[in-house]
Ligand binder design. Structure first.
Ligand code: NDP
Length: 453
């Protein structure tokens, strides 16, 4: 089976050159799924894994727009429609200068298995643009979103492909995108999730990814008869996922001591309480400022500039028991993983997608810590997006409590599926293999049922 995975990976690298993040994501899934293929030759003869690696459709388009000075700007737009075996394509849009085809393919590939784990009927997709939202006015943001949607609208729909937010795409951007879709399609429909509450959004959607990552950590801790209460936690990022991870940690009596952005890291030994978190939300969501200001505002907080790429991040080098990487892919390098383990971290619940490099994942597995990979731990966001779609179809809205209860139930069910699958295939306690296998099986069986398409 190792030979099969090696030859598959060779093909993937030849066919998809210069896409290291995509190779990394495929390698991890292929390693786990090889345990299944050994026992189930029917998946191998139907080339299920080979088919899941090839996107069903890739859309690449020009996004021209005019800045506030009247100059014409051009960005690249993408939508990867990866797999629709179990439902319409579903996955976020990312606006960040680092966006390219390989990064979106890795995210779309991960999304297929993550969505399968949620128990809801959603296929996998991802999209976005290399547009940089930093420093843009509201009007520039609106013009960009309108131009982006002018092309994207012909490819999506409530029963075809339902995008949501991701890095750089929050409530403001979803509003501009939805407005333009509605205007072009002449229909009011649940074509995007993460919508505003007044126009079809779901309660708890903004909170869902962060809350879900914390619920997942609680479930992992429960297997050792422990809880988050009193634990010291490291959280990276300061965007949507980091903010609501911090909020839920406060709710559950943990002490969260770090946040970051691409410029630097803050460490607040006293803990980030509700008042400090409210300051961060205003700083990041309204003033769109830098996290450094936190250290100017609150006595005792220490600011360190971001490390140069490849170096260890000081954020992962503080004493703690739990870590919630919530910024971006590969933000935990091998040295960071070593530092985390050396400083006492034994719970890692990933809010971000693939934030740990392969060598780091290996170290966590060897150390047998409670390591919840992104595709399981951060599935709460897309799960509540699925609940938003259900509410839109019913033209009805659930209460905050109802949605939060369902989110909790879904996170528990994802946790239990990972544990069951890892046990069934002889990898007990390994959430990486558990998540990949449980996510794969549902998609693979559906693909078998639907023939060679
Ligand atoms: P936001 O744009 O709200 O926040 C992103 C945060 O990460 C910001 O603090 C940003 O800093 C930082 N960041 C982004 N890129 C880099 C980088 N290259 N280096 C250092 N810091 C960086 O995004 P979200 O919170 O929504 O997303 C965070 C992660 O969670 C992503 O991996 C995303 O894919 C994942 N995720 C998000 C979901 C959601 O529902 N939103 C669902 C599931 C996963 P700066 O402002 O300086 O760029």
């Amino acid at each position: 089976m190792n030979e099969y995975v090696a030859s598959l990976m060779e093909d993937v690298k030849v066919k998809n050159p210069a896409e290291p993040e995509f190779h990394q994501a495929v390698q991890e899934v292929a390693d786990s799924v090889s345990l299944v293929l050994e026992k189930h030759p029917e998946y191998r003869s139907a080339k299920i894994l080979e088919r899941t690696i090839e996107p069903e459709r890739v859309i690449l388009f020009r996004v021209p727009w005019t800045d506030d000075q009247g100059s014409v700007q051009i960005n690249r737009g993408f939508r990867i429609e990866m797999n629709s075996a179990i439902g319409p394509y579903k996955g976020g849009l990312r606006f960040h200068p680092s966006v390219n085809l390989g990064i979106l393919k890795f995210l779309a590939f991960e999304q297929v298995f993550k969505n399968s784990l949620t128990t809801l009927p959603m296929g996998g997709g991802k999209g976005g643009s290399d547009f940089d939202p930093k420093g843009k006015s509201d009007n520039e943001m609106m013009r960009f979103c309108q131009s982006f949607m002018t092309e994207l609208h012909r490819h999506i729909g409530p029963n075809t492909d339902v995008p949501a937010g991701d890095i750089g795409v929050g409530g403001r951007e979803i509003g501009f995108l939805f407005g333009q879709y509605k205007r072009l399609a002449n229909e009011f429909t649940g074509v995007l999730t993460g919508k505003g509450l007044n126009w079809g959004g779901s309660l708890i959607r903004p909170e869902a990814t962060g809350y879900g990552a914390v619920y997942f950590a609680e479930e992992m801790l429960k297997t050792r008869g422990e809880s988050l209460e009193g634990k010291t936690c490291l959280v990276s990022g300061s965007g949507n996922v980091a903010q609501y991870t911090t909020e839920k940690l406060i709710d559950l009596g943990a002490r969260s001591v770090t946040l970051s952005d691409s410029s630097g890291v803050i460490y607040d030994e006293a803990g980030i309480d509700r008042e400090k978190l409210a300051y961060v939300m205003e700083l990041k969501n309204e003033r769109r400022g830098r996290i450094k200001e936190y250290a100017d505002k609150f006595k005792g907080a220490v600011y360190t500039a971001a490390p140069t790429p490849g170096e260890a991040n000081p954020l992962w080098n503080y004493p703690a028991q739990c870590a919630f990487p919530s910024a971006t892919q590969n933000e935990v390098n091998e040295q960071d993983a070593k530092n985390l383990l050396a400083n006492g971290v034994y719970v890692v619940s990933e809010g971000a997608n693939m934030p740990t490099v392969a060598e780091g994942v290996h170290l966590f597995s060897e150390a047998k810590i409670l390591y919840g990979p992104g595709k399981a731990a951060n599935a709460g966001g897309v799960a509540v997006s699925g609940l938003e779609m259900a509410q839109n179809s019913m033209r009805y809205g659930w209460t905050r409590q109802e949605v939060d209860d369902r989110l909790r139930m879904i996170m528990t069910s994802i946790h239990d599926s990972c544990v069951d699958a890892s046990k069934r295939f002889g990898r007990e306690g390994n959430y990486v293999d558990g998540a990949n296998i449980a996510g794969f099986l549902k998609v693979a069986d559906s693909m078998l049922d639907q023939g060679v398409v």
